[in-house]
Design a protein around this ligand. Structure first.
Ligand code: SF4
Length: 546
C-alpha cells in the first residue's frame, strides 16, 4: 500500500478497501452480524482473486442469501414513529428541570407517577365536557396494556391510576392514601363530574392485554361511559421518567434556549467557547426556555435537593426489621449497612459502605411506595440522592451552590439520554434507568468538584458505558430485587467513574458520551422484549419465592 494512503482512503476499486461502506449498512434482520460481515468480506476477497469488481451492495446481497436464518428473538414491537418521545431527538434539547425531576410516589415513575398523571389529566378533561353529557355518565374505566399490565400489579399501578381519577397528583398525594388502597382494596370513592357523582374503585382499573400492537409498551386507555356508550375516551402512553403523552399529543411551545444543543459535544462547545461551566450553560437555558428567573430555577432545584435528602434520611430511619410490601418479604437493610459501615476501620471501606447505605435507603423508600424523585426514574431513585446527601450534609459538606451546579449538569446528562435514547425500562431495560442515573450522578460529582467540562463528560460517559446491556427483570414485578441493591451499585459506579475521569489524562479518554448514548439507544432497540420490565426472564424467572 502507498505509504501516503490512509486505510479508509483506499482505492474504491478494492472490494475490501472501504469497510465503512459495508459496516455502515444495517445488518439485515434475522441474521447474525458477525457471520454477515465475514461472508461479505469473503465475497469481496473472492472477487479480488478472480479479478472481478463487485460493489458493496452486491456483496451484501450475496452474503444475506447464503446465511442461515436465526430463530426469531421475540423482538420488542417498534414504537410508533409519531410519538414525541421518538421524534424528539431531532431538534435542540428543550426539557427543563421542573419536567425532569418529579416528586411522586414510588416504586416506578412509568408505572405509578405516569399513570397517576394520566388519570388525573383525564379527570380534568372530563370535567370540561358539556353538562348534558356529564349528566349521562355512569362509570369511569381504565385499561392497562403492555408492560403496565404485565408488571403493574407489583408496581401498584392500579392504585396510582385510581388515585389520579379521584383527583390526587403525584407530588402531593399522601403515600398513606396509596397504602390504604393496598390494605383495603374494596374502598369505593365518589368522583364529582358536574352535577354527577360517579363511584370508582380498584375494580374500574383493568389489567388488559400484555402483548399487542401498541404504540408504546406502556399504553393505557381511560374512558368515561354512559352504560355501554363511550362519552370520552383517550389513549395515553407513560413514556418513562413520569413523562406522559397521548394520541395526538403535541409538545408545548417553548422559547428557544440561549445555548441550543442536542449533543454533549455541542453542550461542551458552548461551555468551553464562553469559558463557563456546563452548569452555567444549563442555568441560562433553564431561564430562557420557560422564561424563569435565576431565583426561580434555584428555588426549584433546592426543593428537589431537599426532597432527595429527605428520602435518604427517611429510609435510614426505618428499622432493620421493617419488611417491604409484596411477596418477596424483603427486609430493609439500609440502617444496618449504614451502622456497620460506620464501624469499618478503613476510611475507604466506610465511604463505599455509607454511600451504598444512602442509596439503599432512598431506594427502599421507593419500594415502600413513599415519595421519591425521578432522577431519572422511580426504580433508580436511590442513585442521585445518595450522592446529593453524601456530597452535602451526609459527608463532604460541600456548599449548596456546588450541589446545585451538579444537579444542573446531571440534568443535562439525563436530557441527552432522553433525547436520543430512552429513560424507560419498558423500552430499554435497566441500562435506561440505573445506567442513566449513574451517569447523571457521575456528572453531579465531577461538577460539584469543579471539574472541567471534558472531565464531566468523561465521568458521565464512563458510568453509562458500564451499564450498557443491563436488563430489567424485577422479581415478581416488584421494584425491589434487583432494583434496591442496583441503586447502590449505580451510586458506587458513579463515584468510580468520577475517580477515573478526574485522575486520568482527560484528553486521552477514548469514548465520547454521544457515542455511548447511541449505543444505549441501539442496545435498547435490539434487547429482547423479555428483558424490558415484563418480569418474564432473568432474575424474575430464576428467583423462586416460597
Ligand atoms: S430492574 Fe432496573 S429498570 Fe427494572 S424495575 Fe428494577 S430498577 Fe427499574
Amino acid at each position: 500500500m502507498n505509504k501516503e494512503t490512509k486505510p479508509n482512503e483506499a482505492d474504491c476499486n478494492d472490494p475490501l478497501g472501504n469497510t465503512d461502506e459495508l459496516i455502515s449498512q444495517e445488518i439485515p434482520p434475522g441474521v447474525d452480524r458477525r457471520s454477515f460481515l465475514i461472508r461479505s468480506a469473503v465475497g469481496g476477497a473472492a472477487a479480488v482473486m478472480t479479478g472481478s469488481i463487485v460493489s458493496a451492495h452486491e456483496r451484501i446481497e450475496k452474503a444475506v442469501r447464503t446465511l442461515p436464518v436465526l430463530p426469531q428473538q421475540s423482538p420488542a414491537p417498534p414504537l410508533d414513529p409519531k410519538l414525541n418521545v421518538v421524534q424528539k431527538g431531532k431538534g435542540p434539547v428543550l426539557t427543563t428541570v421542573d419536567e425532569f425531576y418529579k416528586v411522586g410516589p414510588g416504586p416506578s415513575s412509568s408505572h405509578t407517577i405516569g399513570p397517576m398523571r394520566i388519570t388525573y389529566d383525564f379527570y380534568q378533561r372530563a370535567t370540561k365536557l358539556p353538562a348534558d353529557k356529564l349528566n349521562r355518565a355512569t362509570a369511569l374505566q381504565v385499561n392497562l396494556f403492555g408492560s403496565l399490565s404485565a408488571t403493574g400489579k407489583g408496581h401498584g399501578t392500579e392504585r396510582a391510576a385510581l388515585a389520579g381519577l379521584v383527583g390526587k397528583e403525584p407530588a402531593t398525594v399522601d403515600p398513606l392514601f396509596l397504602d390504604s388502597l393496598r390494605d383495603k382494596p374494596d374502598q369505593v370513592f365518589q368522583v364529582k363530574l358536574g352535577s354527577k357523582s360517579i363511584d370508582v374503585s380498584l375494580k374500574d382499573i383493568i389489567y388488559d392485554a400484555t402483548k399487542g400492537d401498541f404504540k408504546h409498551p406502556n399504553t393505557m386507555t381511560v374512558k368515561l361511559l354512559a352504560g355501554n356508550d363511550v362519552l370520552l375516551e383517550q389513549e395515553y402512553y407513560s413514556v418513562g421518567g413520569g413523562f406522559i403523552e397521548w394520541k395526538g399529543y403535541t409538545p408545548p411551545k417553548k422559547n428557544p434556549p440561549k445555548y441550543p444543543f442536542s449533543t454533549m459535544k455541542e453542550l461542551r462547545a458552548h461551555a468551553d467557547n464562553n469559558k463557563i461551566s456546563i452548569a452555567n450553560v444549563m442555568l441560562a437555558n433553564e431561564m430562557s426556555i420557560p422564561g424563569r428567573s435565576e431565583e426561580e430555577v434555584y428555588a426549584f432545584i433546592d426543593k428537589i435537593i431537599n426532597a432527595m435528602v429527605a428520602t435518604v434520611k427517611s429510609g435510614l430511619s426505618m428499622s432493620e426489621d421493617d419488611v417491604l410490601p409484596g411477596p418477596i418479604k424483603l427486609h430493609s437493610k439500609a440502617a444496618t449497612v449504614y451502622k456497620r459501615a460506620m464501624d469499618e476501620s478503613y476510611q475507604s471501606d466506610r465511604g463505599i459502605g455509607v454511600l451504598s447505605a444512602y442509596a439503599l435507603a432512598a431506594s427502599e423508600e421507593n419500594g415502600r411506595g413513599h415519595l421519591v424523585i425521578t432522577a431519572p426514574t422511580g426504580g433508580s431513585a436511590g442513585v442521585m440522592p445518595a450522592l446529593v446527601y453524601g456530597l452535602g450534609e451526609g459527608g463532604r459538606k460541600l456548599p449548596l451552590q456546588k450541589i446545585r451546579d451538579g444537579m444542573l449538569a446531571a440534568a443535562a446528562v439525563g436530557y441527552l439520554c432522553k433525547h436520543h435514547a430512552t429513560l424507560s425500562a419498558a423500552e430499554g431495560g435497566c441500562q435506561a434507568e440505573i445506567g442513566v442515573a449513574s451517569s447523571m450522578a457521575a456528572a453531579l460529582v465531577a461538577t460539584a468538584y469543579d471539574a472541567e467540562s471534558r472531565v464531566v463528560e468523561n465521568a458521565a460517559e464512563s458510568a453509562l458505558e458500564h451499564h450498557l446491556g443491563m436488563t430489567c427483570d424485577p422479581v415478581a414485578g416488584y421494584v425491589q430485587v434487583p432494583c434496591i441493591e442496583r441503586c447502590a451499585f449505580g451510586a458506587v459506579k458513579a463515584w468510580t467513574a468520577y475517580a477515573i475521569a478526574s485522575n486520568e489524562i482527560a484528553s486521552r479518554h477514548r469514548v465520547d458520551f454521544d457515542a455511548t448514548v447511541q449505543a444505549l439507544a441501539q442496545t435498547a432497540k435490539d434487547m429482547n422484549s423479555k428483558y424490558k420490565e415484563t418480569s418474564e426472564a432473568g432474575l424474575a424467572l430464576s428467583v423462586v419465592l416460597c
